[in-house]
Design a protein around this ligand. Structure first.
Ligand SMILES: [Ca+2]
Ligand SMILES: [Ca+2]
Length: 456
């Protein structure tokens, strides 16, 4: 493509002095935009003029990442079937690089791009930029992070050390949607000491959900699964896609990771083999498509019961099957509340919801409803070491938040909550739990999600 085929169509540019910003903006890539409210847009057209157009661009950064928020005038999936391209001029020189002086180009709908350096160009996917995108569902507002140092060429080009040229471009209409400049601050994020994975209080009931993706009986992975579950120390361990083995065989296999799990119960249900391991007997086990509902009796350790749905919803482009399963789950929760549960029984929906399509699927699950008539709450925990809420490591698609914990917050509080990965965790913490940095990537693609339940 050459620059003469590009029509510059009257963007307004805002040059925003980042010198006023005292601390880095605590952006979390989680698909929620409330963390951007104190940041002024870098670019806003007077009114979106084109059928597919940008309505706002925000840019901020810290020592590790460049963060972008892109708002559009229509709903899209950012990682499929769209013509949006990002061009970044990263060496501060408009005359070097490709279109608009850019050394980085990324075509979101193709999940591909390139980096240019010294007249050479290499094709890239998300890994070369350490690119995170949220939400993974359809929407018109997306947040994105790019690591300053993900690829050796980025360092050579001085990424983050020069004025950035940021261009958003519609490849279908060959139109520039925006071109703006941004001055990185590279301010360090305040680092909170991270020394323990433990519950804040021993009375908190730790729920861990993990899509083991058929790997749970893999002989090479057993040792790592054991060390990770030992470190997380669940009271209730939920597994999804644990096809191989009966519930009892899976419990026996993981006993070494669960302090021997004396007097524990094991259940398995649903087309995608959801499993519940805990010291609590189930009063009900009901398959709901790929997912399953479990009513656990928590007595005498805790009062009453826990109404649990282990999610393992249909994946990928099975949008109508996923919506149908969300409807089935929400209907079941309503039947539970209307006819079966003691009012105020805590309700938790946890597991792999695979939400990569219309946003309505999440709303359906949330609208199963809390006891006070409000929707369920989406816990949306983030990783311990990164400002990301992604629970799936990525492959072809960027890392995504696929695993969810939804709960009835009128009767349930949550203590510690996090998405667990071993990469980039501080060494003392890894040593304390006999973990290695590559344990998690060697073992799983979905990360365990942890929530400590506190009953009101
Ligand atoms: Ca956010
Ligand atoms: Ca350049």
């Amino acid at each position: 493509m050459d620059v003469f085929h590009v029509f510059f169509s009257g963007c307004l540019l805002f040059f925003f002095s980042n010198q006023l910003v005292a601390t880095p903006h605590p952006i979390v890539i989680d698909g929620r935009m409330d963390d951007w409210t104190d940041i002024a847009p870098l670019f806003q057209p007077e009114r979106p003029a084109k059928p597919f157009d940008l309505t706002s661009l925000w840019v901020t950064d810290d020592a590790q990442y460049l963060f972008l928020r892109i708002d559009l005038n229509q709903d899209i999936l950012l990682q499929e079937n769209n013509s949006l391209a990002l061009y970044l001029d990263i060496d501060g020189q408009g005359e070097t690089g490709d279109l608009a002086g850019a050394e980085i180009a990324f075509f979101f709908g193709d999940r591909r791009g390139y980096i240019q350096h010294d007249g050479e160009s290499i094709p890239i996917e998300y890994q070369a930029l350490d690119l995170y995108i949220a939400p993974s569902t359809m929407g018109h507002s997306f947040e994105i992070s790019i690591s300053w140092t993900a690829h050796p060429w980025l360092k050579k080009l001085g990424f983050g050390e020069h004025r950035l040229g940021v261009m958003l471009f519609d490849r279908r209409e060959k139109e520039i949607l925006c071109y703006a400049h941004y001055f990185p601050t590279r301010e360090a994020r305040p680092i909170l000491p991270l020394t323990t994975l433990d519950r804040a209080d021993p009375s908190h009931l730790r729920l861990v959900t993990h899509n083991v993706n058929k790997r749970h009986f893999h002989p090479d992975k057993r040792d790592v699964f054991t060390r990770i579950y030992q470190a997380l120390d669940p009271d209730i361990l939920l597994l999804e896609e644990a096809y191989e083995g009966s519930a009892e065989e899976i419990l026996d296999y993981f006993r070494p990771a669960l302090n021997g799990a004396p007097d524990w119960y094991a259940y398995k249900a649903g087309e995608e083999a959801t499993v519940v391991l805990s010291p609590f007997p189930a009063i009900q086990v009901v398959p709901l498509g790929n997912s399953a509902a479990y009513l656990l009796d928590l007595r005498p350790a805790y009062e009453g019961e826990l109404a649990l749905v282990v999610l393992s919803m249909p994946c990928c482009r099975a949008d109508s099957a996923r919506q149908a399963e969300a409807d089935q789950i929400a209907d079941y929760v309503r039947v539970w509340k209307d006819f079966q549960l003691k009012p105020g029984t805590p309700i938790v929906l946890a597991g792999d919801a695979n939400l990569v399509g219309p946003a309505a699927q999440l709303l359906t699950l949330l609208e199963a409803g809390d006891w006070d008539g409000s929707p369920l709450t989406d816990l949306c925990p983030k990783q311990l070491q990164r400002p990301m809420a992604t629970t799936w490591r990525g492959e072809d698609f960027s890392p995504s938040r696929l695993d969810y914990i939804l709960y009835s917050d009128s009767v349930l509080k949550i203590g510690r909550r996090f998405v667990f990965d071993t990469v980039e965790l501080p060494s003392p913490l890894l040593q304390r739990y006999q973990l290695k940095p590559d344990d998690a990537p060697r073992t799983y693609k979905h990360m365990p999600v942890v929530a400590d339940l506190i009953f009101k």
